[in-house]
Design a protein around this ligand. Structure first.
Ligand code: AGP
Length: 606
């Protein structure tokens, strides 16, 4: 997610903005910029790349007396990381300068409307439409204009405006993306995250959705969308810098587990039309004719992304009715794969830089396949080389163990399977209503954290654990075992539940933990009988089942219920307890959760 900093006060603003952006660097970004107000103008300096490159172009001398400005680090969603796409963005006149974090879902239609009115756009971003809307709608009051502008926006935003039309003032609005105000003495600040405020103040106001803020050097006013002034709660920050980067969570992994409802909501944004169809970004060029020509789909990835590909395989075969196969990239690329120009290859990669996945992409293209990438990083190698890209808008994933990237990959693959089905005249949009409810259902699962923590402390005492499931539950079991072993170092294995008696059952002894997923109705009875097999040999059985499942209580030592959801979507919800289980097992064993031994966040070598 992007980083936002705003300052109005008595200090030299340029160092304040750059220091604030530096404190937000951990959030991940690919470009940065500042806008400085001075002598009736607002000047923008912005660059793709690291902050150090921006620092080389900021005219410090020219603005040594400036005391008001805004700064931004961008994590690209719409438009590649380039100088032009970096924030801040201005309207045609330069009178309105904007920075924004979030996704404007209706930006394409706003852009068309504004272009027809003669506005000239300089970037590919959704954000720029906001600056031109200010220009279009301004009459004589900046605050009134802000209200008119946000009434036109659909989607999420943390938005800050500085304008020559109303000097020495910052205006902000918040909807779904965080914005925090720092209350100083003779100075006030705005930021997307608390760390940027800490050098100046620990007295903060956490803006709420639907609120506006007006900041001058000696006043902060909070209003609701109707313009009524609100008495805000003031929050004293007790965190130190490091804790503040994790928003108070002990590790980035736990923060990212809890970011999943929002990551799912962001990944869904703008991808379901009014008439209940799936649509992808402008420029998604997989035409209906191409979709109808597909004879086989390969889903290629590594690690957690491969486990997402396995779920994608099930969804495509079930919803689209064409053969689909998930394969590990390091195997696929060397096995002379049967790929033709009728093959669709889907590569899945959070980083978009995994060497084996990139090699598999190139091998597929060399053999004539069309390649679609599902990735979390705009402008990554995989994104640049694929024919089409579906972005997961999970925001930067800092912890080595992938969590929000996995669930948003599953969501993106679910949408893609529904898209393929609809383009081939098959009915799959019945799932869309349920998909819209996933963020809320995910939040409900995360509320059971305390109970899962207790269970994890039991599992943490063991050196072996098994995960079993059938069908989609087996695919999720694979992700669960990887999570557990990669951060707690407990040896874990996943098995198709029906496969246990062909060997692994020999390892089940008194107290062996067996995490059993039984969320698939068509396979439930079979899975329960496999649970009975392990129970009969003394296993410590943890059942992951849907709410209301009473039968499992006869066979499991511990039951974790997940909200009712269509079986095809249950992996997105069923994995959440497994993520928390792994996290708390690793914490209980005192391991380095965010940076486990021997592992890298992105494996850019073979
Ligand atoms: C998962 O927790 C691991 N970090 C690892 O398996 C990862 O999923 C794999 O290396 C693939 O990375 P990618 O998604 O960036 O391609």
């Amino acid at each position: 997610m992007c980083g936002i900093v705003g300052y109005v006060g008595k200090r030299q603003v340029v160092p304040v903005l750059l220091d604030g952006l530096r404190r937000l660097e951990y959030r991940g970004y690919d470009s940065a910029g500042v806008a400085i107000a001075q002598n009736g103008t607002v000047k923008v300096s912005k660059k793709a790349g690291r902050l150090s490159e921006l620092e080389e172009v900021v005219p410090y001398e020219e603005f040594s007396q400036a005391t008001i400005g805004i700064g931004h680090t961008r994590w690209a969603t719409h438009g590649k990381p380039t100088d032009d796409n970096a924030h801040p963005h201005q309207d045609c006149t330069g009178d309105f300068t904007v920075i924004h974090n979030g996704i404007i879902e209706n930006y394409a239609e706003l852009r068309r409307e504004l272009k027809e009115k003669g506005h000239v756009f300089r970037s590919e971003t959704d954000t720029e439409v906001i600056a031109h809307l200010f220009e279009e709608l301004y009459e004589d009051n900046l605050e009134e204009t802000m209200k008119k502008v946000i009434a036109r926006l659909e989607g999420s935003y943390a938005l800050v405006v500085v304008s020559v039309r109303d000097k020495n003032k910052l205006l902000a609005a918040r909807q779904d993306s965080p914005l925090v105000i720092g209350l100083g003495k003779g100075e006030n600040l705005l930021a997307s995250d608390i760390p940027a405020l800490l050098p100046y103040t620990r007295e903060t106001i956490i803006m709420e959705d639907g609120q506006l803020a007006i900041l001058t050097e000696d006043s902060v006013t909070i209003k609701d969308i109707k313009g009524n002034t609100i008495e805000p709660k003031i929050f004293h920050v007790h965190w130190d810098d490091v804790a503040a980067e994790k928003a108070g969570y002990e590790h980035f992994m736990l923060k990212e587990i809890h970011e999943q409802p929002k990551a799912l909501k962001d990944t869904l944004a703008g991808r379901i039309t009014e008439d209940n169809k799936v649509k992808f970004a402008e420029g998604f060029a997989l035409t209906p004719e191409m979709v109808r020509d597909i004879e086989k789909v390969y889903l290629i990835a590594c690690g957690t992304a491969y486990h997402a590909g396995l779920v994608g395989k099930h969804l495509i075969e079930k919803l689209v009715g064409i053969p689909a196969e998930a394969d590990v990239a390091s195997e696929f690329r060397y096995r002379d794969p049967l790929v033709t120009d009728k093959t669709l290859v889907v590569v899945v990669s959070q980083s978009g830089e995994t060497a084996d996945t990139l090699a598999a992409l190139r091998e597929s293209k060399a053999r004539g396949a069309r390649v679609v990438a599902v990735t979390n990083v705009v402008g990554s190698s995989v994104a640049r080389e694929a024919d089409d890209v579906i972005y997961t808008w999970a925001g930067p994933e800092i912890a080595v163990a992938s969590t929000k990237a996995y669930t948003t990959q599953l969501l993106a693959l679910s949408l893609f399977a529904i898209y393929l089905a609809q383009e081939r005249g098959k009915e799959a949009t019945y799932l869309l209503e349920e998909i819209k409810k996933l963020p809320e259902k995910a939040s409900r699962v995360l509320e059971t954290e305390a109970r899962i923590k207790e269970l994890a402390e039991v599992i943490a005492k063991h050196d072996d654990a098994f995960y079993i499931g059938r069908g989609l539950d087996f695919a999720v079991s694979l992700e669960g075992q990887l999570k557990l072993k990669e951060i707690s170092y407990i040896h874990a294995e996943a098995y198709p539940a029906g496969e246990l008696k062909h060997g692994t059952l020999a390892l089940i002894t008194e107290g062996t933990p067996v995490i059993s997923l039984a969320t698939q109705p068509s396979l439930y009875e079979k899975t329960v009988s496999n649970i009975q097999e392990v129970k009969a040999r003394g296993a410590y059985v943890v059942g992951i089942v849907k709410e209301g499942d009473e039968k499992i209580n006869e066979h499991a030592d511990v039951v974790i219920n997940i909200p009712e959801v269509n079986p095809l979507l249950s992996p997105i919800i069923a994995v959440l307890p497994l993520q928390l289980l792994s996290y708390y097992a690793a914490v209980a064993r005192g391991e380095d959760v965010d940076k486990p031994r021997n592992l890298a966040k992105s494996v850019t070598v073979e």
